[in-house]
Design a protein around this ligand. Sequence first.
Ligand SMILES: Nc1ncnc2c1ncn2[C@@H]1O[C@H](COP(=O)(O)OP(=O)(O)OP(=O)(O)O)[C@@H](O)[C@H]1O
Length: 516
Amino acid sequence: MALLEARGIDKRFGAHYALSGVSLAIEPGEVHALVGENGAGKSTFIKIVTGVYKPDGGELWWQGKQVTVPDPKTARELGINVIHQDRQLVPAFTGLENLYLGLPYPKRPFGLGVRWGEMRERASQTAARLGIEVPLDVPASDMSPPERTMLEILRAMMLECRLLILDEPTAALTDREAELLFSLIGRLQSQGTAIVYVSHRMDEIFRLSDRITVLRNGKLAGTLTKQEATRDKLIALMTDGKAKPAGDGSVQAAPRRASATSAGPVILRAAGIATADGRVKRASLEVRGGEVVGLFGLAGAGRTELLEAVYGLRTLAAGELAVAGERVQKPAPKKSLNRGIVLIPEDRRGHALIMGMTIRENMTLPVLSSFSDGVRIRAGAERSSVSRWMTSMNVKAAGAEQPVGELSGGNQQKVVFAKALMSEPKLFLCDEPTQAVDVMTREEIHRLLRDQADNGRGVLFVSSDLQEVLEIADRIVLMHGGETIAELPNDGVLPEDVLKLIYNQEKGSEPKHGSV
Ligand SMILES: Nc1ncnc2c1ncn2[C@@H]1O[C@H](COP(=O)(O)OP(=O)(O)OP(=O)(O)O)[C@@H](O)[C@H]1O
């Protein structure tokens, strides 16, 4: 008997079907991947199963009985939990406090306070059963991304979770951290918990899943077993055969550029940068026009913080920064934009988009003056430019006038990217720009970034996916503990080489300044 069965699920937003007649069964103890292009309906399906959205048609069956899931609480009571990419923890609460959020606290008699000892005991027992360690006394804000993921999984398992839905769980994790998660998934599975695994990362999908279901435009495109599935087959199902996968499984991968030996003048020079908050301690690097520089390090290494410092979101305490040969004393976002620097931030919801505004408004806001004849906006030129970018980035939406808040996560990311490209910057600071976008768009973003470099612009690229850094960068700068520790030309560098350099630092030797 299936653990969960969805039969003919429909969900409409206005006249648009986000899901149409989707039927899917999840068996106990299986890892079932849910894949599809951005906007295919994966999140909508999850929201229906977890009681966030009410379906417009169809049925849900749980362990052989038809059920309704009117709210998330009912889903949790049934044993269905979801772990979202944007983690649902209260930053100031400790691990233990977060674990008991929304759960009945064991109370002392006569309401005299909470029995913390008992709570801790229960938490420790569940953690031991799962073979994980979670710091119970540390505030969530001080935990590393994998610790936070583990904490959320622990919270779900304390609720007798039978079906755990993981939505892009490795997006913020490095390879090594992801390994911890994968081994936990294996243990959960062997204890009979079913996992629905939503991801755009093909290697993970193949490695973990027993079965893979593909959604396309809100419809079920097919379910394949691990044995049947190949990359090409999945991509063909996702795109209805429209994408032409290359023989090696990559999708229309742009050829690697001849490395940037011909790189142009230095656009960005950072020497011994430190931030006032101590997150960046000593970072030095250069980005030349015509090259893509990959910035790699483990979580907490200071990569995002370095980009933010260069852009002007963090106060500098030491070091020198120069843009196009001109010394910058106090970088600030507005000035950075004027100097031709754009930052594509990791937290796009918080920083890069205004959710209530339309796609067109979001894209053209920073460049509106270029569509103006001095008196009024040339609406036709604006519309056609937006429409060109939407096509080029394959933004799936009802039209340019749809509010970005209604788009799927991946499509929001595409809008952020198009917006950055429209301002024709000379230096791109990209923080995880392909996080949560589908495989086809990932290649497109890589191609666009390479085009930028080919046209003489500079790109500084942060990704926690080492493979991606090796695919796209001409040069790789490594960070550890807030310092740049080494720089490598990307000419046949292997992931092992990079990881060795980083883990050698981890083993306790004080970071030394490398060749940067
Ligand atoms: N609240 C909403 N209002 C209007 N349309 C919506 C809403 N939520 C989702 N949609 C639409 O439903 C469709 C499916 O979106 P969904 O978020 O389920 O996609 P997804 O497969 O999870 O994509 P991604 O991989 O980008 O996260 C999209 O066309 C989206 O624009």
